[in-house]
Structures are given as structure tokens and as C-alpha cells.
Design a protein around this ligand. Structure first.
Ligand SMILES: *Cc1c(COP(=O)(O)O)cnc(C)c1O
Length: 217
């Protein structure tokens, strides 16, 4: 089932789009199946879940933190994840810098923008994103590589379009500023319900859970 789902997704989307499998609540077996089907990027929402799953994983992949990261979990997160896609505050950026320096590594990060959905409080407000980008550009152990947004998870996919447009504007605004050490490459938007709309609006990373791991009608 997972193999068929992944095959169908790969057929639908252009080859420059990266699929990150959102693996919250899924088993190691399911994650293995997704890898066998060709998925090489995986996203966790919780540090704790990643900490129990990753020791059981035997393949090589890129692991993304896609959920809200609490500052007191930063050190553990950096030991588990290759990349933090959900950076949403100056304080968190400063903490990642501190821990990354201690570990002697440079961490690729995406700024998570709150594109405006009422009940979604994750992400930095669009009007504060540039300031966060400027701050990140001064940190030696962070590399800003993109922008992410959540948007609505359910409902008419068309209704997500405005959130994606707003996020793309933020991405372009950061890009225009040509900040030192910053070269944006990834625009991560769209989930199972609306990834095709997201790609139309410029996403080159989509984060999919349901579409990969559940029976599709
Ligand atoms: C759950 C989740 C996804 C995937 O959602 P689906 O609707 O299952 O595709 C993507 N991104 C984040 C941050 C998530 O929490």
C-alpha cells in the first residue's frame, strides 16, 4: 500500500520537488517501507518520537524536525536531526547556535512562517520573518536554507492557496535582501490535502503523512 502511494505521488509531482515523509505516529516498519519505495527525507514532529525511532533505523536518510521545537530540547534535537525546518523565533535560533557550536556542526534551518490560519499558532508572523533571517545570517553555526509553512491541513485545497502565496512573498523578500551566508533553496509548503496547489505556488518541498501511509481512495 505504501509503495503504491509513493509511486503515485512520484508520478504526480515534478522531479525537482522533494517529498518529506511526515512520520508522526507511524511505526518503524511503515517508515522502512516508505524508504524502500524511494523516500529519503523524513520529518518528525516530536524530539521524543525521533529519539525512540532513530536507533531502530538502519538506512541512511535526511531527518527533518518539522514540529515546534522547545528550546530545552534543542541539544537532543541536534543529536537526532540533520535539519530544523521549524525555526520560529530569535530565542530558538540563539539556542540552536549555542548547542551547534558545542557540537561543532553547522545546522541547516528553515524559517517557519505562520501564514495566517486562525487556529494554527505555529511559526513566526510574516512581518517578523526578515528580522529573524537577518539574525540567523549573523550566526556562524546556522545556515538558513529555506522557508516553511503549515497552512490548513483539511478542507478545500484551493483555500490553502492564499497561505502559500503569502509564504512565497516572505521567501522572496528574504531572498531580495541578499543576506550574508544566506542562500535560500527550499520552499516547504503543502501536505497531503493540498500539495498539488502548493507546488503550483512554488513549493519544492512537500511534507506528506496521510498520502503516503494511509489507504487512498
Ligand atoms: C502531520 C504533518 C504533516 C503531514 O500531514 P498530512 O496531512 O498527514 O500529510 C506535514 N507537516 C507537519 C508539520 C505535520 O505536523
Amino acid at each position: 500500500m505504501i509503495a503504491q502511494n509513493v509511486e503515485k505521488i512520484f508520478k504526480q509531482i515534478p522531479s525537482h520537488v522533494t517529498v518529506v515523509a511526515a512520520v508522526k505516529t507511524r511505526s518503524v516498519e511503515m517508515v522502512n517501507e516508505a524508504y524502500q519505495a524511494g523516500i529519503t527525507h523524513f520529518g518528525h514532529n516530536y524530539v521524543q518520537e525521533a529519539a525512540s525511532m532513530l536507533p531502530q533505523i538502519t538506512f541512511n536518510a535526511t531527518w527533518h524536525m518539522i514540529g515546534h521545537l522547545q528550546r530545552n530540547k534543542t541539544k537532543q534535537a541536534l543529536q537526532l536531526f540533520d535539519q530544523i525546518d521549524s525555526l520560529d523565533s530569535i530565542r530558538l535560533a540563539a539556542e540552536i547556535e549555542k548547542q551547534a557550536a558545542q557540537l561543532g556542526r553547522t545546522v541547516p534551518v528553515l524559517i517557519e512562517v505562520n501564514s495566517g490560519e486562525e487556529d494554527d499558532k505555529t511559526g513566526i508572523e510574516p512581518e517578523n520573518a526578515l528580522e529573524l533571517a537577518q539574525f540567523i545570517s549573523t550566526l556562524a553555526h546556522l545556515k538558513l536554507v529555506g522557508v516553511m509553512t503549515m497552512g490548513p491541513r483539511f478542507g478545500d485545497p484551493e483555500s490553502s492557496r492564499e497561505y502559500f502565496k503569502k509564504t512565497r512573498v516572505v521567501y522572496e523578500q528574504i531572498e531580495k535582501n541578499s543576506l550574508p551566508q544566506v542562500s535560500l533553496q527550499y520552499l516547504s509548503m503543502g501536505m497531503s490535502n493540498d500539495y498539488l496547489v502548493a507546488i503550483e505556488e512554488g513549493a519544492n518541498v512537500v511534507r506528506l503523512g496521510t498520502a503516503i501511509f494511509e489507504e487512498q481512495k
